[in-house]
Write a protein that binds this ligand. Structure first.
Ligand SMILES: CCCCC/C=C\C/C=C\C/C=C\C/C=C\C/C=C/C(=O)SCCNC(=O)CCNC(=O)[C@H](O)C(C)(C)COP(=O)(O)OP(=O)(O)OC[C@H]1O[C@@H](n2cnc3c(N)ncnc32)[C@H](O)[C@@H]1OP(=O)(O)O
Ligand SMILES: Cc1cc2nc3c(=O)[nH]c(=O)nc-3n(C[C@H](O)[C@H](O)[C@H](O)COP(=O)(O)OP(=O)(O)OC[C@H]3O[C@@H](n4cnc5c(N)ncnc54)[C@H](O)[C@@H]3O)c2cc1C
Length: 671
């Protein structure tokens, strides 16, 4: 069966791996990206960008200062903007995303938040009077914007943000002010140096009454000189763990006046005479965050896929140690521990991307509903995207780190691309709402679902399984080798665990309440359990999504995806075995059975491992990893990469000449 990546001159071990492929890698790639045409388009973009001198990096960014990296990234951004249509359909979200990844990379660029949040916030929340003016100019990039919500003192708890927007009826303006040091906006991406406007989240005050957080469009810099406007202090917050090429910024506003129409008023409104009309759903103002949380799934699935590609290809190329005496050194991918480290990451990357596809459909349906005046899909989507954002970012972070360690010493080098990848990806656990806090949003929803289920009320999409009758004992290991039924038995066991944990958390909460605690204090006493229930529920949702995609996939790729799904479900069940055992739903014998099936899965997947990661179809440019390169010619490339280090420009470093040599000389003369 064809693996389409084989080329002459490649590392022979990688070629050998590709020859054992049992499916058509292009079929799987096309399935992953929605169609064969989408796959071809991605490849065309990659090909054109790779050959274009505007996007060449003579010196890898690993060896440049932050300032130089920002300069190089800004230059490439300009080229993408001016020449984008030479490479792709610039109106196609996924083509643009791919173009940016290929041309610029993942560490941030001047327009990341402009496209990622500023425009979506205006499009989703502003009304016509404002959008007619600002959106054409923003699309034309006369206006570049950031999404400035988080402050130095508050990010998670939006209700306590301190920046104020006070309505002045006399002039029909809002006065926007930063009252304290901790009220300074702090963290927003591209706020520091690139943006001349921002959507700023402020507490709305009318007639001395605090109404709550709302968004306002504020001009920060002169459109001609790019200097900050009077009353505005803005700058970069300094170096951070990663996102080196993003100017996360600070902002203080000194009683800046903006016209009434600058409030984003599609949902909540303030009339000229200061009458406030609330939105049709209280949290519609938070819509941009729901949008980003949903779309983060795709990005983080791809981040984990990158790490899995690097670790799998490198493990096929690297030979070290022997499994039996008297035979040549083995590919490290033959070690069971290596497979157990890496293969679940491959499966999870697929699971995340497939889950994203389901969520995207739900998101689109919700937006359509809102346009027709219905918000009934929002609570379910908010609850599940809050959980998914948290589980997926955590899962991807752990997975990338496993892949990095699986590459041994070379994984610790920036040449592997993995330290930077981890730095960028792990930020997702924090931004768009810290994970522990967002899981509580999911848990709150589960508590309502428990109550509805007990009362026999209808249950919405993500919690529909709360209404199923549990069989009391798991069917795991009792399905006589029927794979489809085995998969169903594992899904049922996970659903049982999520439901039980939710019910138990609800009972613990209630008990504390009966013991005299307020509802809120009682909640804080059970949040670890609440979040546990939310995580398991979210993992059930992912497992169901993966299962649905596999069972509806084309027959040509269904066998390999079924193997991958088996590994995924066995791994998830073993990882959550304590939840399955706790109430006796599963026995110890059943967990031992799951483990033995998992080890069989590792062996089954071994011949397809490289082909499964090849099917993610990430180019060498996107991978940005000496270890993960498609041709597997790792060692020579590693040496050539190291040669580019600034430290190697001279044989004797000035620092050595200035301090180390005189010290050696002094010591020598003492003898
Ligand atoms: C080329 C194109 C590129 C496109 C790129 C696309 C995507 C971009 C992806 C990545 C961008 C790339 C790189 C950029 C990297 C980083 C960007 C980062 C940006 C940011 O971080 S912006 C700041 C984000 N901040 C937060 O997320 C804050 C988190 N806090 C909150 O959301 C809220 O404070 C809270 C935790 C939800 C609590 O809110 P609160 O008002 O107190 O409400 P509650 O009392 O808790 O709940 C009451 C009620 O409301 C429900 N609720 C809450 N939120 C929502 C919601 N959003 N929607 C619907 N319902 C909601 C809640 O469930 C409660 O319901 P009840 O029924 O129980 O009453
Ligand atoms: C790379 C990056 C990019 C960002 N980009 C933007 C941007 O473009 N625009 C923007 O506005 N912001 C941005 N942010 C800010 C980001 O959204 C916030 O940092 C994030 O929402 C977390 O809020 P916080 O910093 O207030 O964390 P905190 O709330 O202070 O969290 C600290 C700890 O307190 C815990 N905690 C807080 N509240 C609770 C609770 N109720 N229950 C239990 N535990 C709790 C948390 O779990 C965590 O362990 C960015 C941040 C990063 C790292």
């Amino acid at each position: 069966m064809p693996n389409r990546c084989i080329k002459e001159g490649d590392n022979p071990d990688l070629t050998k791996e590709r020859k054992t492929c049992t499916f058509d890698t292009d079929e799987l790639t096309a399935n992953l990206y929605g169609s064969r045409n989408n796959m071809e388009r991605r490849r065309e973009i990659t090909k054109k960008i790779s050959a274009d001198p505007d996007f060449a990096d003579p010196i890898p960014h690993d060896f440049l200062s932050r300032e130089k990296c920002i300069e190089a990234t800004a230059k490439k951004t300009k080229a993408v903007v001016q020449r984008g249509s030479e490479f792709c359909d610039v109106t196609n979200y996924y083509e643009m995303l791919h173009l940016i990844n290929e041309a610029i990379g993942i560490g941030g660029y001047p327009l990341a938040l402009h496209y990622g949040m500023f425009l979506p916030a205006l499009e989703g929340q502003a009304e016509k009077e404002l959008t007619d003016d600002i959106i054409p100019r923003a699309k034309n990039l006369e206006v570049i914007g950031a999404y400035a919500q988080t402050e130095m003192g508050h990010g998670t708890n939006l209700r306590e943000l301190e920046t104020t927007a006070t309505y002045d009826k006399a002039t029909q303006e809002f006065i926007i002010n930063t009252p304290t040091r901790s009220a300074m906006k702090w963290w927003p991406g591209n706020l520091g140096k690139m943006s001349n406007y921002a959507v700023v989240t402020c507490q709305l005050f009318i007639d001395g009454r605090k109404i709550g957080p709302h968004n306002f469009l504020v001009q920060l810099r002169c459109e001609k000189t790019h200097e900050p406007l009077p009353g505005i202090i803005v700058g970069d917050i300094g170096p951070k763990m990663a996102f080196d090429t993003n100017d996360n910024g600070f902002l203080a506003l000194d009683n800046i006046r903006v016209p009434r129409k600058n409030m984003l008023m599609k949902h909540a409104k303030v009339s000229p005479d200061g009458v406030y009309t609330p939105p049709m759903h209280a949290k519609l103002n938070y819509g941009t965050m729901v949008y980003v949380r949903a779309h983060m799934l795709y990005a983080h699935g791809q981040f984990l896929a990158t790490a899995a590609i690097v670790a799998t290809r490198y493990s096929a190329v690297r030979r070290q140690g022997r499994i039996e005496h008297g035979v040549p050194e083995v590919q490290i991918l033959d070690y069971q521990t290596q497979q157990h480290r890496i293969f679940p990451q491959i499966a999870r990357a697929y699971a995340i991307i497939f889950t994203y596809m389901d969520i995207k459909d739900q998101y689109d349906a919700m937006i359509k509903g809102i346009a027709e005046g219905q918000t009934d899909l929002l609570p379910d989507l908010h609850a599940i995207t809050s959980g998914l954002k948290s589980v997926v970012t955590h899962m991807a972070g752990l997975g990338i780190e496993q892949c990095r360690m699986a590459c041994g010493g070379h994984g610790y080098s920036d040449a592997s691309g993995l330290p930077k990848l981890y730095g960028v990806q792990i930020g997702g656990c924090t931004y768009e709402g810290e994970n522990m806090v967002m899981l509580q949003q999911t848990a709150r929803y589960l508590m309502k679902a428990v109550a509805s289920a007990l009362q026999g009320k209808p249950l919405s999409h993500s919690v529909a399984y709360f209404g199923k009758k549990s069989s009391g004992k798991s069917r795991i290991g009792k399905e006589g080798g029927d794979i489809a039924r085995e998969h169903e038995a594992m899904l049922e066991a996970l659903e049982h665990a999520a439901c039980r944990l939710s019910v138990e958390a609800s009972q613990m909460w209630e008990k504390r309440g009966r013991g005299g605690e307020t509802k809120e204090r009682a909640w804080n006493g059970v949040t670890v359990e609440m979040n546990r229930a939310a995580r398991v529920h979210t993992r059930v949702f992912m497992a169901r999504s993966f299962h649905r995609r596999v069972t509806s996939s084309p027959p040509s790729i269904r066998p390999v995806l079924t193997d991958l799904l088996s590994l995924y479900l066995h791994y998830e069940c073993v990882d959550m075995a304590h939840h399955l055992l706790e109430d006796g739903f599963c026995s110890g014998e059943q967990i031992r059975y799951l483990k033995s099936r998992l080890y069989e899965d590792l062996t089954t997947l071994r011949p397809n491992a490289v082909s499964l990661v090849d099917s993610f179809d990430q180019s060498d440019r996107e991978l940005n990893s000496v270890l993960g390169r498609r041709d597997g010619n790792v060692y020579e490339a590693l040496y050539q990469w190291a040669r580019k280090s600034e430290l190697n420009y001279t044989d004797v470093l000035p620092a050595v000449q200035k301090y180390v040599m005189p010290m050696m000389e002094e010591n020598r003369s003492k003898l």
